[in-house]
Design a protein around this ligand. Sequence first.
Ligand SMILES: [Cu+2]
Length: 496
Amino acid sequence: MNRRDWLKAGALGAAGWMAAPPLRLAAHEPGAASEASPVLEPFVDRLPIPRDSVPVMHGKTAHHTLVMKAGLTRLHRDLPRTVIWGFNGIYPGPTLRAVKGQPMVVRQINRLPVVDLPDPVHGMPGGLPAVHLHGGHVAPEHDGHPREFISQGGFRDYHYPNSQRAMSLFYHDHSHGHTGRRVYHGLAGAYLIEDPEEQLLNLPRGEFDIPLLIQDRVVTGSGQLVYSLDHASREAGVFGDLLLVNGVVQPHLPVKARKYRFRIINGSNARIYELQLSSGRPLIQIGTDGGLLPGPVEKKVIHLSPSERADVVIDFSAEPVGSKVVLRNCAGCTGSTSALMRFDVMEAAVDDSTVPDCLSSWENLPVDSQAPIRQFELNRRTIHGEVFWVINGKVYDMAAPPIATVQHGAVERWRFTNPTNHPHPVHIHLVQFQVININGIPQDPAWHGWKDTFVAPVNGEITVMARFSGYTGRYLMHCHNLEHEDLGMMADFEIV
Ligand SMILES: [Cu+2]
């Protein structure tokens, strides 16, 4: 496809989103939050850019050591300091940078405060962390499965071969029954893989290539994080009334009048964003979860559900020096959750970066029409008056047999039906998949790009397709609304 086709596809795609009322993507926010954050002035703090973790090289392998521990951070100029749980005690965690073909070992040391909370599904003692590299193509024992937790004071070495193409991933806690609480308190960071193919493209780089981890939180007047699992949040997930980017409430970023690349990672527990620019100019999407799209697509609005990534270029070259452009969130579009951050255009600049019409090659996975489509129903179940979330009728049980057994190398179609009134962002570990059908409407997979998370819409369904190869063993698939995940909407599948 040439650039014109892609722009056209973009327009049609956007119209498609608008025109189809059953595709209700916005997650329902609980009505009255049990606590409300203080009112804070937006855009007063500068956007922090998380530091890169510096490896020690042993031959070709990069070794990183991260310590999960409590720390203090300032979320906003007018708030006292906040206790967080972070990788190296900082929030967000340090950025891990990888190059395709160069293996990495990340030693994760657990010095988190002791949490003796029963897991909300089975009442078993839980709360010990495991670290998952979201989007990573890694062996099962390095995937951060919650049964392979890190004991108090102990450590675990995660081996990441980085055999996959350039893409933006993130690493986060995946503890059994407490992922929502842990991630909410700060245990997430960006993981970026580069490859030579992408480097040849002359996209904005260096100081003009910035990860944006977007999250929502509730804080008390004394600045402490409030995580409350009550009836409303068991239903909808935990929402915050403050929007944070890279760990700061509604920051601003001084920019030059040129192109920037932003790797937007939705690290929120439950919130689905509708990203757009106050200037009315489009976001130029160049990549999704699994790396670059075939070509750039201009979008007025980008929907991003928990754990999805959008790799975008924003071109400030047409903005007059002195102008301010707000990155808005239009779901709801009022009050403290209507804006994420502001870009302040400070000076003119020479820009030799480009966004080429052709970013990468694309191939649709081959459909084996003889192979049955696996069916997964994402539903709610009430047990003893409490809400739980199930896949094919079952809450997650790591002792149960796998929900699906897949032959290594097989290309399979998986259909997720959602009869509930909440959107469920489905995440499949290990693979990047292609989206082939939404609510009975066939999709052009190239339009969506390679994905590891995609929303099964309210009262709707999606069908995705993946090749299950590279490793054998047990992996997880689950809803990435973290409260739904913790409350049972997760299952093991096995590659044999
Ligand atoms: Cu869900």
